[in-house]
Design a protein around this ligand. Sequence first.
Ligand code: SF4
Ligand code: SF4
Length: 92
Amino acid sequence: MAGRIVIDMERCKGCGLCLAVCPKNSIGIAPESNKNGYFPARAKNDGCTACTRCAVICPEGIIEVLLEEPDAIRIVATAAKKDTPRMVEEKR
Ligand code: SF4
Ligand code: SF4
């Protein structure tokens, strides 16, 4: 099973916290700034295990974590829509 993340790069503040906590070095920084002038985090996804650490620590709540299972893709952490609390599903 492989993990994958999706980052809302236009809302990223480039704080780097997600990079710092990722145990697999699966997140980098984009070479170009977003519309707010920040260099956003960018998913590399190689080696991602869907551990959700990046999603939990992101102060903007803009990282979605997906787990690719043999028969389905499961969302284990949802990114927050604007003004909506985010949910992180507990892994079993
Ligand atoms: S889910 Fe875990 S392994 Fe995947 S990018 Fe986030 S911190 Fe890294
Ligand atoms: S923790 Fe969130 S805001 Fe900070 S760089 Fe990562 S995605 Fe961007």
